[in-house]
Design a protein around this ligand. Structure first.
Ligand SMILES: *Cc1c(COP(=O)(O)O)cnc(C)c1O
Length: 334
């Protein structure tokens, strides 16, 4: 198999599809059909009624195929569905669909040594025609897979991010669920950031624009001088599974203190390290935050000597079975 590099879509042989109609989910099945055929007025097309998840299946060194904490993806998808007025899945369907898609595409799971994995994308969307604004009454749940390479293929290079003048999520809005609409409105901001030489936008709280939230697709973590892991607390941040796992690892494996609290923009100069966390990269180090010309630098160039690198390697070793995982974190598919 040729080595997959980077994070992009590769069409594989099989995906899972399950339809919801007349108030019930059908059984669902694997299909070879990658294209979705919808009515022109489908609710997902007109009113963006859709949400998704992202998780990885990967090979461990002893030859098993596993997933990391898929129960949290299942719960989060249910939370997203409820907030989007979509039906939740029957008990067990999420993990069963994930397993079937992984096994059906098993030959595309990268080798353990490559650092690659099979990225899984479960999603739910409203399919029937609506024109007056209301939720759909018919839906599809799908899971497809695409192989992805190691995120740090060309080595680790710290990101340069900016404080965004755009907002990501309103108070009492949808920032805490994984809805496509949160990404649609970030596309302008991310393109603008890239054009101006930044890797990402760090968003502020929309109500007061004084506290840090997160970037477009990752939560942010900081390390203080006295070795405490600090991460923003807000109702409009997406509850990252990676971030929640890192907090546990910091406390229970590395003996660090952790704080989930409001972090003011004015504090960013007081931290010694910064990173972004999410399933794709686990942690990406941040070298610079630019707040409208005021640049704050973090010494992340010598990545292997940072506290964040220690967190990164510990979580990676837990994921890959080199260190014992907390009960239930690693789910064996094969
Ligand atoms: C998916 C996502 C994350 C990362 O969550 P993980 O569960 O760690 O992958 C962070 N922020 C946003 C906005 C997201 O959509």
């Amino acid at each position: 198999m040729k080595e997959i590099k980077g994070f992009s879509y590769h069409k594989l042989g099989r995906r899972f599809v399950c339809k919801y109609k007349d108030g019930a989910w059908e059984k669902g099945k694997l299909t070879r059909r990658a294209n979705v055929v919808l009515n022109e007025s489908a609710c997902v097309l007109q009113y963006a009624q859709t949400c998704f998840e992202g998780l990885k299946a990967y090979r461990t060194e002893d030859g098993h195929v596993v997933c990391f904490r898929p129960d949290l993806n299942e719960t989060r998808l249910a939370d997203s569905c409820r907030r989007m007025r979509m039906p939740t899945l029957p008990e067990g369907m999420f993990l069963d669909a994930v397993k079937r898609v992984v096994l059906a595409n098993e030959k595309h799971i990268p080798d353990a040594a490559s650092g690659g994995s099979l990225y899984l994308r479960p999603y739910v969307f409203g399919t029937n025609a609506v024109i007056g604004v209301k939720p759909a009454s018919e839906f599809q749940f799908r899971v497809f897979a695409t192989p992805v390479g190691s995120y740090f293929h060309g080595g680790v290079s710290p990101l340069r991010i900016r404080i965004s003048d755009f907002d990501r999520a309103a108070p009492h809005g949808t920032g805490h669920i994984k809805a496509g609409l949160n990404y649609a409105m970030s596309l302008y901001a991310i393109t603008d950031a890239h054009e101006k030489g930044y890797d990402e936008n760090l968003y502020l709280d929309a109500a007061t624009r004084t506290y840090l939230e997160e970037t477009g697709g990752a939560n942010v973590i900081f390390i203080t001088k006295d070795n405490t892991l600090v991460t923003p607390k807000s109702d409009s941040i997406l509850p990252s599974i990676t971030r929640r796992s890192l907090l546990y690892v910091a406390e229970h494996y590395l003996g660090m203190k952790t704080e989930e609290r409001k972090i003011a923009l004015s504090e960013i100069g007081e931290f010694t390290e910064c990173g972004l966390c999410g399933t794709a990269a686990v942690i990406s180090p941040v070298g610079t935050i630019d707040d409208h010309g005021r640049e704050v630098h973090y010494a992340m160039d010598d990545f292997e000597n940072t506290v964040i690198a220690k967190l990164y390697h510990t979580l990676l070793d837990i994921q890959h079975g080199k260190i014992e995982a907390p009960e239930g974190w690693i789910v064996k598919i094969k």
